[in-house]
Write a protein that binds this ligand. Structure first.
Ligand code: RB5
Length: 142
């Protein structure tokens, strides 16, 4: 499975940690930057990530900024993107099962590395349940 990942400066270290974790676990990873922790603007990187998810270059995206909030707001401006900011593993499972989320956003200043890995695991290993949830997702798209 191919996963896109991006961050801003505040999320850079966690991006590198999660990228390595994904590769070590057999995922193919496309890194949309940044390449260092110099100050950048998260909407620029959210845009690269959303384009790759919409074009199906990658199946899912992971975005990381300080709180995860800015990245999440920016990602959800793109039609077809259902981005979820998660700080716990249960929410990560449920947003795949109920919302068919296609981008997971994380706050590097909010959660630690091990919790972030657990959240990523649950997100990537949970399937959309369809049914009544599909009707609701369709209404979001409309
Ligand atoms: C950067 O200082 C910070 O504002 C950003 O990473 C993010 O938390 C915004 O939502």
């Amino acid at each position: 499975m191919k996963i896109g990942i991006t961050s801003d400066h505040a999320g850079y270290d966690l991006k590198e940690t999660i990228k390595k974790y994904l590769i070590d676990n057999g995922y193919e990873v496309v890194d949309f930057g940044p390449e260092n922790a110099n100050s950048v603007d998260y909407p620029d990187f959210a845009k690269k990530l959303t384009k790759s998810v919409i074009s199906e270059e990658v199946k899912y995206g992971i975005g990381i900024c300080g709180t995860g909030i800015g990245m999440n707001i920016a990602c959800n401006k793109a039609k077809g993107i259902r981005a979820a900011l998660c700080s716990d593993p249960l929410s990560a499972s449920l947003t795949r099962q109920h919302n068919n989320a296609n981008i997971l956003n994380l706050g590097a200043r909010i959660i630690g590395d091990e919790l972030a890995k657990n959240i990523v695991d649950n997100f990537l290993n949970s399937e959309f349940e369809g049914g009544r949830h599909q009707n609701r997702v369709n209404k979001i798209e409309d």
